[in-house]
Ligand binder design. Structure first.
Ligand code: NAP
Length: 299
């Protein structure tokens, strides 16, 4: 019988990538949940929906991810990213199933000059980052058997993300200003899905405490947003897709309601050492998503 992994956030990048990836794993069944069956803003619906789904493992990928909107909608962000994760953790504990929860580089201030380790002090700059940190803390306090995977700069052929935004803008604009003084690790949701499946298998096959806790999980190699955009367009031209000239600009020239960390780089060596997972280089992974987007005509 196939193992039942319940994933929250059915329409999101990570959930859609998981659904696609398990097509190659007949031993795993993904049960994706979404509104109206599972509304994280309606805490009272969470237990009955999760129990009915009979998970052997829960993948918590749904989140309030509108980073700028969260600045003026803090109560909702904390409800979905904080209180709901506490409830999912409580139900996971009651059902005695492990949970893999997605978190973010935005728990850090970005002031460090080298990649962040799991043990580095957290100091989120934005409401979104604070609400995701609240989710981490409440999941840990719930007593659940958990892994928290902090990731960053996620893109894929699905949903809304930087890669798709760049392609879309290049359809109508010849030149783009892109921030060059924030650096991070572009991360493919398809690679995140592969990593989650490996971590899930490890959790279900061993009770070893070292497999549990917080881990950083991002694409290999680093870039600024301007580097990322330039590479997208360099490859897009080779593949016959749209392109634009990238003008690097400082963050100060692109103000947003929510401040972003200047340094989002995550040191992922703990995940590799303990779970045997290392995500591919971001340029190789970007080519894969780009090829798919161009072939399908989607932007
Ligand atoms: N994207 C990034 O760059 C990034 C970076 C670091 C960490 N992360 C974390 O990684 C995880 C997955 O991110 P992603 O990029 O896959 O996110 P995404 O594409 O924005 O998808 C988020 C999903 O959550 C669902 N959702 C939002 N509010 C909900 C609610 N009240 N009840 C039920 N579902 C709700 C959304 O549903 P609708 O489609 O119906 O709105 C959507 O399906 C999240 O935990 C995120 O915080 C993402």
């Amino acid at each position: 019988m196939a193992r039942r992994y319940v994933v929250t956030g059915r329409g999101g990048q990570v959930a859609r990538s998981l659904i696609e990836r398990v097509e190659h794993h007949s031993e795993i069944e993904i049960i994706p949940l979404a509104r109206p069956d599972l509304d994280l803003a309606d805490i009272g619906t969470i237990e009955s929906t999760l129990v009915k789904a009979r998970p052997e493992l829960i993948i918590s990928a749904a989140a309030y991810t509108a980073v700028d909107q969260a600045e003026s909608d803090a109560a909702k962000a904390f409800l979905v990213n904080g209180a709901a994760i506490n409830e999912i953790g409580r139900v996971a504990t009651k059902l005695d199933v492990p949970i893999i929860h997605l978190s973010t580089d935005y728990v850090f201030s970005g002031n460090k000059t080298s990649p962040y380790h799991e043990s580095d002090p957290v100091a989120p700059l934005s409401v979104y980052g604070q609400s995701k940190l609240e989710g981490e803390r409440r999941l840990i306090a719930s007593g659940a058997d958990y892994v928290i995977l902090r990731t960053a700069w996620v893109y894929s052929p699905f949903s809304k993300n930087f890669l798709r935004t760049m392609l879309h803008l290049a359809e109508t604009r010849a030149e783009l200003n892109v921030v060059a003084d924030q650096c991070g690790n572009p991360t493919s949701a398809l690679d995140i899905a592969d990593a989650i499946l490996t971590v899930a298998g490890n959790l279900l096959s061993s009770r070893d405490g070292r497999l549990r806790g917080i881990f950083h999980m991002a694409g290999s190699g680093e870039a600024s947003w301007a580097d990322f955009a330039s590479e997208i367009f360099r490859m897009s031209v080779e593949m016959g897709g749209p392109s634009a000239i990238v003008h690097p600009i400082p963050t100060a020239q692109y103000p947003t309601p929510a401040p972003r960390p200047d340094n989002s780089r995550l040191d992922c060596s703990r995940l590799e050492r303990i779970h045997g997972v290392r995500l591919p280089n971001w340029k190789i992974a970007t080519a894969t998503s780009l090829q798919r987007l161009l072939a399908s005509g989607a932007r």
